[in-house]
Design a protein around this ligand. Structure first.
Ligand code: PGA
Length: 220
């Protein structure tokens, strides 16, 4: 991994948990040590963004799991990037395959949301990729217990980096973290983390368990 790319581990809690058990999980995360070269982000359900941000130690960032592309208005059930920021969450997961498959989202609205979530950064300077992390998440591996092999993940993520190099720039290809997601566990994370183009993980099921700490420490 190039030194400019920090190891990034996201915990996607999806539509799971209640204040009580999420509070317990947060207690475990707060008590644990996060390696200095690793960025950890938890994505609670929308209803618990504020709760999670208030309880989580500042060493762990908070993400929303989705957002809409406009600032405010008559869009029942949606949340805006500004609301996410107002709750002191600093990331948003966009274009997850569950949004595509269950809610029918397609590439175009996802692209518009990315532009809006990054507000000025991307509107004024579409070449600024510094706030973007890409995740390779094979759908056959999500929630199935079938993790991609380290070789499979490396092969695809190397190609993605090559795509960035050809279509954006060499600098962006080198600096943009590309993470893997799909049934990552404490048992599979270390070998995956050893691949040169695997810069971290987006974790679903295992992020709801104390063992998530093993994944946070995969690079150690
Ligand atoms: P999983 O989910 O780790 O439970 O497979 C990953 C994700 O969809 O973010």
């Amino acid at each position: 991994m190039a030194p400019s790319r920090k190891f990034f581990v996201g915990g996607n809690w999806k539509m799971n948990g209640k204040k009580q058990n999420l509070g317990e999980l947060i207690g475990t995360l707060n008590a644990a040590k996060v390696p200095a070269d690793t960025e950890v982000v938890c994505a609670p359900p929308t209803a618990y963004i504020d709760f999670a941000r208030q309880k989580l130690d500042p060493k762990i960032a908070v993400a929303a799991q989705n957002c809409y592309k406009v600032t405010n208005g008559d869009f029942t059930g949606e949340i805006s990037p500004g609301m996410i920021k107002d709750c002191r969450a600093t990331w948003v997961v966009l274009g997850h395959s569950e949004r595509r498959h269950v809610f029918g989202e397609s590439n175009e609205p996802i692209g518009q949301k990315v532009a809006r979530a990054l507000t000025k950064v991307i509107v004024d300077n579409v070449k600024d990729w510094s706030k973007v992390i890409l995740a390779y998440k094979p759908v056959w591996a999500i929630g199935t217990g079938k993790t991609a092999t380290p070789q499979q993940a490396q092969e695809v993520q190397e190609k993605l980096r090559g795509w960035l190099k050809s279509n954006v720039s060499e600098a962006v290809a080198q600096s943009t973290p590309i993470i893997y997601g799909g049934s990552v566990t404490g048992a599979t994370c270390k070998e995956l983390a050893g691949q040169p183009d695997v810069d971290g993980f987006l974790v679903g099921g295992a992020s709801l368990k104390p063992k998530f700490m093993d994944i946070i420490n995969a690079k150690q």
